[in-house]
Every structure is written in structure tokens, then in C-alpha cells.
Design a protein around this ligand. Structure first.
Ligand code: IMP
Length: 201
């Protein structure tokens, strides 16, 4: 079965492909031209559904790529920091400004945690995975808890990983092996649940 990913985030595409090796996974940009999707909901769940529905409809409209068994999946995810009352949350991708890149977002988060007068804060990642098919729409979630630091260490992973230490570890996701993130991550937990649903199709 082919899974089409409604994302152009290279870090997510790499991780989802790695976590779903039993399926053929392609990003929608390999089938049709990528387009802007406005994620204006205030929950991870709704934003993931917005993305998956938009790509499902676009593929349906492009007769060439339409297949009645089409399965589109989208991931909406982010980091929530306790000392910032849960920010950036659903705004994680644009925390440093509308067109901010991963590094700018990361250093803005470090600066804002420092401004609270602390060196670190409990934090967690959330991933909501939406699945859109002809049979219906589904949503699942996964979480990873840990600590957000006021420094970036290591260059593994993507996004906020260099400043995040998962619970039970002493190193950031920027330093830890990819295999460890694969076991622990919010995305892998949500995808485990998503795969249980996909298996029933
Ligand atoms: P969106 O889901 O495309 O709106 O973007 C989520 C944003 O959250 C990404 O751009 C990253 O900044 C951050 N994020 C989500 N998951 C991860 C992760 O596994 N590691 C690091 N950053 C992440």
C-alpha cells in the first residue's frame, strides 16, 4: 500500500519513511506541485486534518494521480515548554517569525526560556497524525516528555532536537543516535497507532 505524506518538511519525511518501512511512502510533492496549506486551527489534531484533507482533495482533482485506495497522512507536531505556559505548541514551525527556519525558531525558544530566568524547563513534544481516505478520516496522537535546555547541543534530528533531552536520558536528541529517537518519539508513538488503523484498510 502506498502512503502519501502531506508534508514538505524534510525532517518529517525522513523520519516517517524510516518508521514506516513496511509501506511505500512518498511525499505529495513527488506527485503534484506543492502548494501553500494554511494551518490556522488551534490544535495539532485540526491542523493535521487540514493538511491531509487539502492534499487528498488536490490529488483527487489531479485525475492522473487519483486512486480510490489513496491513503494520505499528515503530521502536525510541535514542542510545548512548561515555563512558557505551553508555547510554542501549534506555532512551533513559525515561532521565530512567518518565514523563520529551524535554527531561528530554536534560538528564539532558547532566548525566551532564558528570559524567564531559568536554565531549563520541563517540555514535551506532541504529534498528531491525520489519515484521510475514501473510507473516512482518522486522528491519533503521540507524546514525548523531557527537558528543554537554554543551549543547543549536537546536530542530529531536526527542529528543536538539539535543545531537548528526553526523559531518562542525559543527552539531547541532537546528540543521541537516531535509533533512540525512533523508539521514543512522539511521531513514532502516533505512527504505531496510525499503522493499526492503516492495517485494517
Ligand atoms: P508543523 O507540524 O509542520 O506545523 O511543524 C512542526 C514544527 O515543530 C517543526 O517545524 C519543528 O520545528 C517542530 N517539531 C516537530 N516535531 C519535531 C521533532 O521531532 N523534532 C524537532 N522539532 C520538531
Amino acid at each position: 500500500m502506498k502512503l502519501v505524506l502531506a508534508t514538505s518538511n524534510k525532517g518529517k519525511v525522513r523520519e516517517i519513511k524510516e518508521l514506516c518501512k513496511e509501506y511505500e511512502v512518498i511525499s505529495y510533492g513527488e506527485l503534484i506541485e506543492e502548494f501553500e496549506i494554511i494551518e490556522d486551527a488551534d490544535s495539532f489534531k485540526e491542523n493535521a486534518l487540514i493538511k491531509a484533507r487539502a492534499v487528498f482533495e488536490a490529488l483527487k482533482d489531479s485525475s492522473q494521480e487519483y486512486d480510490k485506495d489513496l491513503v494520505v497522512i499528515a503530521d502536525d507536531s510541535g514542542i510545548s515548554v512548561d515555563v512558557l505556559d505551553g508555547k510554542p505548541g501549534v506555532y512551533s514551525a513559525r515561532y521565530g517569525g512567518k518565514n523563520a527556519n529551524d535554527k531561528e525558531n530554536l534560538y528564539k525558544l532558547i532566548k525566551d526560556i532564558k528570559a524567564k530566568g531559568v536554565e531549563s524547563s520541563p517540555a514535551h513534544y506532541t504529534a498528531s497524525i491525520a489519515i484521510v481516505t475514501n473510507k473516512g478520516e482518522y486522528s491519533v496522537h503521540g507524546w514525548m516528555y523531557g527537558v528543554a535546555l537554554t543551549e543547543a547541543i549536537g546536530d542530529g534530528g531536526f527542529g528543536y532536537d538539539p535543545m531537548f533531552i528526553p526523559l531518562g536520558y542525559d543527552n539531547t536528541l541532537g546528540e543521541l543516535d537516531d535509533e533512540i529517537k525512533k523508539k521514543l518519539s512522539h511521531r513514532s508513538k502516533a505512527l504505531d497507532l496510525a499503522k493499526k488503523i492503516i492495517k485494517t484498510f
